[in-house]
Design a binder for this molecule. Structure first.
Ligand SMILES: C[S@@+](CC[C@H](N)C(=O)[O-])C[C@H]1O[C@@H](n2cnc3c(N)ncnc32)[C@H](O)[C@@H]1O
Length: 221
């Protein structure tokens, strides 16, 4: 999955999403990425800010890859649903890009003026591949569930729809399908069989929302 993710992201197909994340980077920021994967977004964010970062991932192999990133970046193997191994109120920018969102923990580690950037797929994301290849689709209520989970803890300050089409070859389609949870129920052979007879390249929709949140001000009693 990590090899497919590295190839697909390095080819630039998600660069508009990467740009939207980079836009949130203030100079010298301390950045936390939970479910950081290959570190594609964390690395770009640290590079843009000239600051430092730490990536958390449940996967040891991902964390090893994160630990090898250039720049001032640390890596931790940890479950993002448990308390983060990070002190209170030290993070300027937290990232959750296609990954789990532990809302109370993000609120604990962010500074009062810190920001949380959440990137999630919309139900239109890669929809051509849901039909053609049997890729896992996006729940239509996901956006509402995220909003509900943030309410009272975070206030949303920006919401951007990042939606465009890309022309993907069959091998690029195999990478985008097999870099995510669909890899648990589809093999490269399954994907190749399902793609035979379809145009190569195939036009595919990328559709995500990039939402920026700030912690709700805490009243000190
Ligand atoms: C879809 S990938 C996204 C990776 C990266 N953010 C990106 O967009 O390229 C989800 C990542 O979250 C990690 N992950 C899943 N569950 C996790 C958990 N409970 N705690 C920490 N990481 C987790 C996976 O190992 C994987 O690297």
């Amino acid at each position: 999955m990590l090899g497919a993710r590295t190839r697909f992201l390095n080819a630039g197909f998600y660069n508009p999403i990467l740009s939207a994340v980079r836009d949130q980077c203030a100079p010298g920021a301390t950045i936390l990425d939970v479910g950081a994967g290959t570190g594609h977004y964390l690395s770009a964010a640290v590079d843009a800010s000239g600051g430092r970062g730490v990536g958390i991932d449940l996967s040891k192999i991902a964390a090893r890859q994160l630990g090898r990133l250039p720049g001032d970046i640390g890596a931790v193997v940890a479950d993002g649903w448990q308390p983060f191994p990070v002190a209170d109120r030290v993070i300027d920018l937290a990232l959750s890009v296609f990954s789990p969102r532990n809302v109370p923990e993000f609120a604990r580690v962010l500074r009062a003026d810190g920001k949380l950037v959440v990137v999630t797929p919309t139900p239109r994301h890669l929809r051509e591949l849901v039909d053609a290849v049997g890729m896992i689709g996006v729940d239509k209520d996901k956006s509402e569930r995220i909003g509900n989970s943030m309410a009272g803890t975070f206030v949303r300050i920006e919401r951007t729809l990042v939606e465009y089409s890309v022309a993907l070859s069959h091998s690029e389609i195999a990478d985008v399908v097999l870099m995510g949870p669909s890899a648990f129920h589809l093999t490269p052979g399954d994907v190749a069989t399902k793609l035979s007879g379809l145009p190569d390249p195939l036009s595919v929709t990328v559709s995500t929302t990039v939402q920026v949140y700030q912690p709700v001000a805490q009243t000190v009693s």
